[in-house]
Design a binder for this molecule. Structure first.
Ligand code: TPP
Ligand code: SF4
Ligand code: MG
Length: 351
């Protein structure tokens, strides 16, 4: 793999966040993706979101699978922990890391091939178990890295660059995540930073499985007429359910109140989501309605974007398992080997 380090020079007047970091402290190496690839815009939004919510880079762990999308963690958060796993296996490796050290903030980055073709089972179990993570799929409807084969998110009837028509039904990850029990479900578009940035910030403050499907055109293999994941197609068929801002519990980051159009949602950790409703009557706390809304718009050929569903009281896998507050990897011999008497007591309780 080629690594191109970014020059460290930056303007001395660059704004700092509350930790004293500038945006540049959240960058990674220079991207080697094709110019105009949607994935690079997502990397830029991740950098901005982590900077704006004041995350210490060394407390973040970014994990990915294989693909152009899965290469992107090299292009952001250069000072964070990183693990480029095997194709489709990011969720299980991330689950293991999360169980071992619950104190890190987990970012899972994947592609539609990585998560929906080879890794569909892994995706499903991470969602249903409520692994505390932000799971981002950079969805271009093709296997970009291996030269443009259809993926399982390609819509039926869409055309490849060479004119081949896809006859299989496409899998909608947002609908799937809703059915699987994800407690934060959103969709956005790589070319809509104004929508993607607050969604990322909200997902980073959510405790539980937060899923964001980001439509991300592949300019090399899926940006032509006939593709349903191209820049033009998505722009023409985008139906936004809401706009949101994230308000930190103590210090407002950015607020844009519009009388009569705002609903506040307090999350489990005390942070507040401010939802600006564009679709009259849309309620992001109703999972059943979210599924129905999604499907009715899908039937009309519309791609619903925005925050589809959030459970403000969500609990994560550690809560379900009742693990101790101390990260398991920080426990010493005394806690891990309590001795024969404790073992005998445990065995007796199971008889
Ligand atoms: C076990 C295994 N099978 C197949 C491959 C070949 N392969 C590499 S990337 C990829 C698809 C990537 O598609 P996607 O996740 O959508 O990423 P994109 O490149 O489109 O961003 C495939 C099939 C592999 N690396 N490992
Ligand atoms: S092949 Fe497609 S997905 Fe891969 S870097 Fe190029 S534009 Fe992006
Ligand atoms: Mg892809």
């Amino acid at each position: 793999m080629t690594y191109l380090a970014k020059p460290r020079f930056h303007h001395p007047a660059l704004p700092e966040n509350s930790l004293g970091y500038t945006r540049r402290d959240y960058e990674g190496s220079v991207s080697t993706l094709c110019a105009g690839c949607g994935h690079d815009s997502i990397s830029a939004a991740i950098i901005q979101a982590c900077f704006e919510v004041d995350l210490p880079p060394h407390r973040i762990a970014k994990l990915s699978g294989i693909g152009c999308s899965s290469k992107t963690p090299d292009y952001f958060l250069g000072a964070s922990h990183g693990f480029n796993t095997v194709h489709g296996r990011m969720p299980s490796v991330l689950t293991g890391a999360n169980l071992a050290n619950r104190d890190l903030i987990y970012l899972g980055v994947s592609g539609d091939g990585d998560s929906v073709s080879i890794g569909l089972g892994q995706f499903a179990h991470a969602m249903r178990r409520g692994v505390n993570m932000v799971y981002i799929v950079e969805n271009n409807g093709v296997y970009g890295l291996t030269k443009g084969q259809f993926s399982a998110t390609s819509d039926r009837g869409s055309k490849s660059k060479r004119g081949v028509v896809n006859h299989d039904a496409g899998i909608d990850l947002v609908g799937l995540a809703l059915q699987l029990g994800a407690t934060f479900v959103a969709r956005s578009f790589s070319g809509d930073k104004a929508q993607l940035l607050p969604l990322l910030k909200a997902a980073l403050t959510h405790r539980g499985a937060a899923f964001i499907d980001v439509l991300s055109p592949c300019v090399q293999f899926n940006n032509h007429a006939g593709s349903t994941k191209s820049y033009d197609y998505v722009r023409e068929h985008n139906e936004a359910v809401n706009r949101l801002d994230v308000i930190d519990e103590r210090e407002p980051i950015h607020v844009d109140y519009e009388p009569g159009t705002t609903t506040l949602v307090t999350q489990h950790d005390g942070s507040v989501l401010s939802l600006h409703k564009l679709a009259p009557g849309y309620d992001p706390s109703d999972r059943v309605q979210a599924i129905a809304y999604l499907q009715s718009h899908q039937a009309r050929g519309e791609i619903v974007t925005g925050l589809l569903y959030v459970d403000p009281q969500a609990c994560d896998l550690h809560h379900a398992l009742g693990t101790v507050d101390t990260p398991l990897n920080a426990l010493g011999d005394a806690e891990l080997t309590p001795g024969a008497v404790a073992l005998e007591k445990l065995n007796a309780s199971l008889r």
